[in-house]
Ligand binder design. Structure first.
Ligand code: NDP
Length: 336
């Protein structure tokens, strides 16, 4: 397959720090970028060796490109993805896919109708540690799954304390940012999410935007063949010294993944059963974003599937939106 030619929508931190390198490592060619500001577009193109830049999305969509990577602020994802799909481009869109489930559904439908690939850039389900966890669970290694727990409380880097923290800024807040990632891991592991209860608060003194920066959520999963499963997540922008982890508890054992929820691949998987405690070997040598980009490229080529399809992105969004609604209303929210 010839190199996939990419346009970047958004002169973002995540494109600069992770995704441009991952596109290149997956054999792709990054043609150029569109940004809302001509100065930022030009500086970004110069710093990353991109041949073209513009402030006009239609101009970018008119370039000789096959795919776009959307990493603008969350509020823009839906319009930009619909525009790109409408122009015949494959779309790798950052999470959350949109701000409403109906919008994400429209995106999925348009991609299906046009035969284009739409994927959500959820990097965690592609992690070899998470893939191994799913494999162990599916093989019945820990028996019937009862519950899961994600610790994903981190300190938001100073350079990212902008739109994410604006109270009333569409697409802001810890739930759309982090709980959405947790759901991308839990959904393929536990079945269908059906109900969500959450509490969210504002904690950090530096959070002058006023949006909630810490949340705890409980999700009920159903699975035709077994009793309901409960999952619990702790997500925060305010915790500086905790590690991240995933625990999955079953009738015959527990899987513990240490450093499970970071941008880096490395971590440790520990399996505890009646036979004792053992570390399970997992090859963590490949970058998580490169794994995602390779999977996307294979999907375009017709030889694979994305790490997180558009539908996976939609389901993760549904969980996050339900958590947000629950945190606001004080009630449990049911997912259709
Ligand atoms: P940034 O804040 O870096 O970028 C988002 C947008 O903000 C850019 O598109 C840019 O707009 C604008 N912007 C950036 N820098 C400036 C600046 N100095 N002054 C004014 N505007 C600026 O966001 P992130 O990279 O943190 O996040 C982008 C998306 O990626 C989000 O949807 C987020 O959820 C997702 N994300 C995903 C991660 C993952 O691991 N999958 C990790 C981190 C983020 P313009 O395009 O107009 O220049």
């Amino acid at each position: 397959m010839p190199a996939l030619k990419w346009g970047l929508i958004g002169a973002s931190d995540i494109a600069a720090t992770r995704v441009i390198a991952a596109i290149r490592a997956s054999g792709g060619d990054v043609v150029g970028v569109v940004s809302g500001s001509p100065e930022r577009a030009g500086d970004f193109a110069a710093s990353h060796g991109l041949a073209r830049f513009t402030t006009d999305l239609d101009e970018l969509l008119g370039w000789d490109i096959d795919a776009v990577y959307i990493s603008s602020a969350n509020v823009w994802h839906y319009d930009q993805a619909m525009g790109a799909l409408g122009a015949g481009k494959h779309v790798l869109c950052e999470k959350p896919l949109a701000l409403e489930a109906a919008q994400a559904e429209e995106m999925v439908k348009l991609a299906e109708e046009t035969g284009l690939i739409l994927a959500a850039n959820h990097h965690l389900p592609g992690s070899p540690l998470h893939a191994k966890t799913r494999e162990l669970v599916a093989a019945g290694t820990i028996g019937t799954v009862l519950s899961a727990k994600i610790a994903h409380a981190v300190l938001l880097p100073e350079r990212l304390r902008g739109w994410r923290l604006g109270q009333g800024t569409p697409g802001s807040g810890v739930i759309l940012d982090i709980t959405c990632h947790d759901a991308s891991v839990l959904n393929p592991l536990l079945g269908t999410p059906v109900a969500v209860t959450a509490l969210a608060v504002r904690q950090a003194e530096w959070n002058t935007g006023g949006q909630e920066d810490a949340a705890m959520t409980v999700i009920r999963y159903e699975n035709n063949s077994q009793a309901p499963v409960l999952a619990q997540t702790h997500d925060s922008f305010t915790v500086g010294y905790a590690g991240t982890s995933l625990e999955v508890h079953g009738t015959d054992g527990t899987i513990q993944v240490i450093d499970a929820m970071t941008q880096d691949t490395q971590g440790q998987l520990v399996l505890t059963t009646g036979s004792g405690v053992r570390s399970v070997d997992v090859d963590c040598s490949e970058d998580l974003y490169v794994i995602g980009l390779r999977a996307f490229t294979a999907a375009v080529d017709g030889t694979g599937v994305p790490t997180a399809t558009g539908r996976d992105g939609l389901m993760a969004l549904k969980v996050a939106l339900a958590a947000q609604e629950s945190a606001t209303s004080g009630r449990t929210v049911h997912i259709n």
